[in-house]
Design a binder for this molecule. Structure first.
Ligand SMILES: C=C1C[C@]23C[C@H]1CC[C@H]2[C@@]12CCC[C@@](C)(C(=O)O1)[C@H]2[C@@H]3C(=O)O
Ligand SMILES: O=C(O)CCC(=O)C(=O)O
Ligand SMILES: [Fe+2]
Length: 378
């Protein structure tokens, strides 16, 4: 069965590995300047959105212990594509431990971190975001991707001390896998899809064989945050992503008609966002949300994304229950690896690459405008 580690073998992404020590820079180098003036007031402004705090303008928060959680999640997905969850069952000590592991990793000396550098055709390891190759400017962040066991890379980083960090990552992966399965069924229930209707979830409906990547992100303090970009606007190529951010804000989601909205940190809450594969599965009913991370002058920010996808051999297509004479299937079947390959080549156009027919502008499910506009540098 193809594994996630094979995804980039035929689509290597070449990024110059030399990473300056961002923490030592007093001024923003031109190679990191996404906008020319710090007084950017256009739509692409990198500044945090100042919005009124009415309920419509806040990312929904769902209590997973609420008996109506599934229908709240359904409405959140239709109108936002993202929501925060509380009472999710992940112990706060585990969230703290994974954050400490990330902090320890990113505070190693630059040359030391490169011992665990990601190779161009590999998926795991230290480096810039994969999407960097699509932009003329560099992002003010560093990342570490883990698929499967971190043992090999962690041994390079901490020859005497790797077991405790491996243990944290394993516990985190296990807890996230369970939570992701639970979220999948809440999402399915909100669409009227039951266990019998989803073959690839396995006979017990536990999504055994599902694949995932764990992405640790660090956003060092930045001397000129209004002109820099932490992580450029993108959608995740996942079914869903579960994100833990430390108590420093920076994540923004794009909302049609409103623009960029900050997702405020809530202690102990996790953020869930819909990815492109769920967008396909739901036949466009739940749209994958465009998001980005901005940086700030005074506090280093960390985030941990659990990028969850189907088993390697599963073909994801619009679910039969969501397809009918008045609603034809909008996307063709794809495996996760095929989709990651398409993303590696076409980035934010990947979703339109798997559309069944050419996008019709102004159509009910036409998201191409949002996705196109995201690649512009402001
Ligand atoms: C399983 C995945 C999903 C990946 C690629 C691969 C491993 C790393 C993931 C991310 C994490 C950071 C944003 C993103 C856009 C990136 O550059 O690397 C993600 C990408 C995707 O969602 O497409
Ligand atoms: O750091 C964040 O808030 C966003 C991270 C993200 O989007 C990702 O890792 O895919
Ligand atoms: Fe993301």
């Amino acid at each position: 069965m193809p594994s996630l580690s094979d995804a980039f073998r035929s689509h290597p992404v070449f990024l110059h590995q030399k990473h300056p020590d961002l923490t030592s820079l007093q001024e923003l180098p031109d190679s990191y300047a996404w906008s020319s003036s710090s007084a950017a007031t256009t739509d692409n402004s990198l500044q945090h959105q100042h919005h009124d705090a009415t309920a419509d303008h806040r990312v929904p928060v769902v209590d997973l212990d609420d008996p109506n959680a599934s229908s709240f999640i359904g409405s959140a997905c239709k109108s936002w594509g993202v929501f925060q969850i509380v009472n999710h069952g992940i112990p706060s000590a585990l969230l703290r431990d994974i954050e400490l592991a990330g902090k320890a990793l990113f505070s190693l000396q630059p040359a030391h971190k490169l011992r665990a550098a990601r190779s161009p055709d590999g998926v795991s390891g230290y480096g810039r975001a994969r999407i960097s190759s699509f932009f003329p400017k560099l992002m003010w962040s560093e990342g570490f991707t883990i698929v499967g066991s971190p043992l090999h890379h962690f041994r390079q980083l901490w020859p005497d001390d790797y077991t405790k960090y491996c243990d944290t990552v394993e516990r985190y992966q296990e807890a996230m896998q369970k939570l992701a399965g639970k979220l999948m069924w809440l999402l399915m229930a909100s669409l009227g899809i039951s266990k019998e209707d989803l073959q690839w979830a396995g006979p017990r409906g536990d999504f055994n064989g599902a694949s995932a990547a764990l992405q640790l992100n660090s956003y060092p303090t930045c001397p000129d945050p209004e002109r820099a970009m932490g992580l450029a606007a993108h959608t995740d190529s996942t079914l869903l992503t579960i994100l833990h951010q430390n108590n420093i804000s920076g994540l923004q989601v794009f909302r049609e008609g409103t623009g960029w909205m900050t997702v405020p940190p809530i202690t102990g809450a996790l953020i869930v966002n819909i990815g492109d594969l769920f967008h396909i599965l739901s036949n466009g009913l739940y749209q994958s949300v465009l998001h980005r991370a901005v940086v700030n002058r005074t506090q280093q920010r960390f985030s941990v994304a659990y990028l969850y996808g189907p088993p390697g051999n599963a073909k994801i297509s619009p679910h039969a229950k969501l397809v009918g004479p008045s609603r034809p299937a909008l996307y063709r079947p794809v495996t996760w690896n095929e989709y990651l390959g398409t993303k590696a080549k076409h980035f934010n156009e990947a979703l339109s690459c798997v559309e069944v027919c050419a996008p019709k502008s102004g159509g009910l499910f036409d998201v191409s405008e949002t996705h196109n506009s995201s690649v512009q540098v402001g």
